[in-house]
Design a protein around this ligand. Structure first.
Ligand code: AMP
Length: 431
């Protein structure tokens, strides 16, 4: 017998029953991000490996350990994208977007890939929804992005999510913090893991997001970056907090939060859920300002700020909520006798053209089995059609929730179903 092939570990199929939640999240993204003036972009799933090495950083777990990297047939090193900010910046530079609009707002959604240790809420192919705003260095831009995520999570009906906020300073003040941090970490060298011994030499900030518990314990007691902010960074951070408060966006300042990517300057933030469904994978989204990234990738000196949310985690939370997402048929058409199968099939097609969601069993079969299917489909109404109905042009619409059957003319079904379900009348699709 041939061996059964299964999906690659850490990469999930998304099937009906669950996909409706994903579609809901995506619909809401388009609607809400559109209100904020963000336009969608789609970049390739594969990029030059050096894009991520130069932006996310060689010493990060993402680039150092988790990237799916391979050589193509021409020997170029390519990687499946592990995140969306670097590809967006690459596209922004490549298409000279700055020349077209000085303030650019983009969003994206799609799969990302990281070879991570799997658990609930952590997969190797996962999905992010993210946004990037290029061209504004002002605190208002950071706040707009955080406000948008907050409104997004609220519109999804998700509660108990805390916005954690921090500032990492900039090239003027970070060196002094680095120096203190390295001094502190060196004093605790014995307690750190082997990877962190190396990070201590190459990129000490990355010690703070090591997943090792002992390293986390050391990091928790280290110096606070906020004590080292220079005046412009301090003013920017104060302004961010003032503006968040003015918009009614609640947050907590968390001076140990540094995020696991190298490109951030000043503001960083994370949205952390407290629901047990996520286990330890409780961060549903995060982001920050990256004023130097575009330039460091060979583009203009443009400040930027962005975020990304993990859709898999949002869906896990939404599954726990009592919300209903699946769209059920308006009408199930059952056929009473085999001779009427073709006429009923034609009628189903017409009603779909007129805008109804219609379920119809193309296999025919007994009326009993069709009624069973109708029950299971969750259709609001069922119409049983046979020779008599087609001859008289009249039928009875059965409301599945119960009640008296409603007499209906066969050429007036769509209007009647809409009127009976209180749905607005829509124009038929063009033929
Ligand atoms: P990051 O780019 O690491 O800041 O991730 C942003 C968001 O993407 C996180 O807050 C998670 O919600 C989600 N995320 C990151 N890695 C994974 C993963 N391996 N599986 C599922 N979601 C993830």
């Amino acid at each position: 017998m041939s061996q059964k092939i299964v999906a690659v570990k850490g990469m999930n199929d998304l099937l009906p029953g669950e996909i409706e939640i994903w579609q809901h999240v995506e619909r809401l993204t388009r609607e809400l991000f559109g209100r904020f003036g963000y336009s969608e972009i789609r970049t390739p799933i594969v990029e030059d490996t050096s894009l991520f090495v130069r932006s996310v950083g060689e010493e990060t777990d993402i680039v150092g350990k988790e990237m799916y990297t391979f050589d193509d047939k021409a020997g170029r090193s390519l990687s499946l994208r592990p995140e969306g900010t670097a590809p967006a910046a690459r596209a922004y530079i490549e298409h000279s977007v700055l020349n077209q609009e000085p303030l650019t707002r983009w969003y994206y959604m799609g799969p990302m890939f990281r070879y991570e240790r799997m658990k609930t809420g952590r997969y190797r192919q996962f999905y992010q929804i993210g946004a990037e705003a290029y061209g504004a260095k002002e605190a208002a831009q950071d706040v707009e992005v955080m406000d948008m995520v907050t409104q997004f999570l609220q519109a999804l009906g998700l509660q108990d999510i805390t916005l954690n906020l921090n500032s990492l300073g900039d090239e003027a003040c970070r060196p002094a913090y680095y120096e203190k941090l390295v001094e502190y970490l060196k004093a605790h060298r014995e307690e750190l893991c082997g990877d962190c011994h190396r990070r201590l030499e190459t990129n000490p900030l990355r010690v703070l997001d090591c997943k090792n518990e002992a390293c986390q314990a050391v990091a928790a007691k280290g110096p606070s970056v906020l004590e080292f902010l220079c005046e412009p960074c301090r003013d920017h951070f104060d302004d961010v907090q003032r503006k968040l408060t003015a918009l009614g966006v609640r947050f907590v300042v968390n001076p140990r939060m540094v995020r696991g990517l190298d490109y951030y300057t000043r503001t960083v933030f994370e949205f952390v859920a407290s629901h047990p469904a996520l286990g330890t994978a409780s961060t549903v989204g995060g982001g920050g300002r990256y004023d130097k990234l575009v330039k460091s990738l060979g583009g203009p000196d443009v400040p930027a700020v962005g975020f990304a949310c993990g859709v898999d985690r949002l869906v896990l939370l939404l599954k726990e909520s009592q919300q209903k997402f699946a769209a059920t048929p308006d009408l199930f058409i059952a056929v009473a006798d085999a001779d009427s199968q073709d006429a009923a099939f034609t009628l189903a097609s017409r009603l779909r053209r007129e805008g109804l969601r219609v379920d119809f069993d193309t296999r025919g079969g007994s009326l009993r089995s069709q009624m069973k299917r109708s029950d299971k489909s969750g259709a609001a109404f069922t119409l049983v059609l046979g020779g008599q109905e087609f001859t008289s042009g009249q039928a009875k619409l059965k409301r599945m929730a119960g009640g008296e059957p409603i007499p209906v003319a066969l050429d007036d079904i769509a209007r009647t179903v809409r009127a009976q379900s209180g749905a607005p009348q829509v124009a038929p699709a063009a033929t």
